[in-house]
Design a protein. Structure first.
Length: 116
C-alpha cells in the first residue's frame, strides 16, 4: 500500500485547511484509517481515526476543530481542520488506524504551518 498525503500549507491562526490522503490497494474499505502528525522535536501522535463503519475518535487537542472522513469509492481519507492554532504546526501523515494489523510503511506527509 502506498500512501500520499496532500493539502498542507501555510495558514494564519484561526484558518482552515483540508488534507487529503490517497491510498493504493484493494483493502481500503475494510481498514480503519487515521491521521497522525509529527511536530518538530516531538514524537508522532495520533490525531484522528475512523473505523470501517465510520466511527470516529479524536485527540483531545483537536476535538471540536478537526473532522476526519473517508470515501471508500475513491480510496481516500480526509481531514478538515478548522480554527487552526500554531500548535497544530506539524507534518501530517495518513496510515491505517489502530488495529491488530499494524501500520503500513509511512508515505510522504504534508506540512501544515500555522502562523500566529
Amino acid at each position: 500500500v502506498q500512501l500520499q498525503a496532500s493539502g498542507g500549507g501555510l495558514v494564519q491562526a484561526g484558518g482552515s485547511l483540508r488534507l487529503s490522503c490517497a491510498a493504493s490497494g484493494s483493502m481500503f474499505s475494510i481498514n480503519p484509517w487515521a491521521w497522525y502528525r509529527q511536530a518538530p522535536g516531538k514524537q508522532r501522535e495520533l490525531v484522528a481515526s475512523i473505523t470501517d463503519l465510520g466511527s470516529t475518535v479524536y485527540a483531545d487537542s483537536v476535538k471540536g476543530r478537526f473532522t476526519i472522513s473517508r470515501d471508500n469509492a475513491k480510496n481516500a481519507v480526509y481531514l478538515q481542520m478548522n480554527s487552526l492554532k500554531p500548535e497544530d504546526t506539524a507534518v501530517y501523515y495518513c496510515n491505517r488506524g489502530p488495529s491488530t494489523r499494524g501500520l503500513y510503511d509511512w508515505g510522504q506527509g504534508t506540512l501544515v504551518t500555522v502562523s500566529s
